[in-house]
Design a protein around this ligand. Sequence first.
Ligand code: PA5
Length: 426
Amino acid sequence: MRDNINISLDTSYIKEIISSESFEKYLNESKGILEPIICSYKDDKEKVLGWMDIDKLQEEELIKKIEAKAKEIRENADVFIVVGVGGSNGGSRAAIEALYKGEDPKIIYMGNNLSPNYINHMLKKIKGKSIYINVIAKNFETLEPGLGFRILRSYMESVYSKEEMSKRIITTGTIGERLYKLSIEEGYTFLPFPVEVGGRYSVLSSVGLMPIAVSGISIREMLSGAKALKEHFESISYDKNEAFIYATLRNYLSERDVDIEILSYFEHGLRYFGKWWVQLFGESEGKDNKGLFPSSCNYSEDLHAMGQYIQSGKRNLMETFIDVIENNVDIDVPKSNIEDKFDYLNSFTVDGINRCAYEGTIEAHKDGGVSIVNINISKLNAYSLGQLFYWFEISCYASGKLLGVNPFDQMGVENYKKRMFERLGK
Ligand code: PA5
């Protein structure tokens, strides 16, 4: 890895594929699609590539505004509620769950489902607590956050004055649209959802940064990690770009016998990152009867469940492991006074045991005929996470282009909405 690049792709488990003439030919033939990608945001006629322009996303005035509001929330709130669905809350949740240190305020999520049980549970949780909320919706027609906001507004009206509510509500939306107008009318703090950034690519914009800053994670570190990676990509040729090699490999395998990709990790903190990744690739590529089906596995727990299928089920799988090389903490295995038959663990730490499970799993799944790649990150911190988000966004964009789909639309999700709205009389 380079000094400031904390992420690398390891293809050693599929050496025979990567070094084959046919893969090399496939990569060469992809040059026309891949080469222009890195600078494409500079001439973004369709207004979908704003997420690539890290300098624009980290405009000082915006960052200061987010940091100041986050400080106020950290000082005054017991609970901070992120109201949004899909790309509007997926990125921040992934970062917060990966790096959260358990500090106040407690961060919870609403507007991401329609379960009365869940909503009721959340309302119970916030009762009597000092709350702040961030409502995030690019297009403020999405039902879940619209309903969640209404329920929270109604609760807040019962406990706060109008003035207090305006201080405690932050909205992130499209300038000129309904949420924006509402925010002006009611005096809420408004953050612009960049027009050129779609939901699932929005984690490094105001959309993800506001909740992430509230959790105490350094958003400057995250952005600086992403920026270093962007500059690295700009300095290398397409065939040395590991995000492109990964994107090419996915397409190469899907044209052969692979239908499903699993993102796997032995770091429990990455479970919502896995969800973010599934959404990114699923919504970007699942079109025109094409695309790998993305799923994710949180090991070692899922070894006791999906491990069976991955080892011996239908052989149409690729597995992408995220390996965190150096752990932030480690725990010694305590000696036992009673014979519990676990003395073989005495010389290990928990991280050492986790590593043995990881290495053993890779070996076993490889033996089982799964195509395996590894994405290594040196440490789980804000800087590396910024790079990991950016790396996958670039690879998803590239992969969608190679697949021949538009990775920035999601027309398929309109179908269920139409039927649901018919029933709701909208
Ligand atoms: O990635 C996307 O564009 C979607 O998943 C959206 O983020 C999701 O549908 C929420 O949309 P909105 O922010 O308009 O409520």
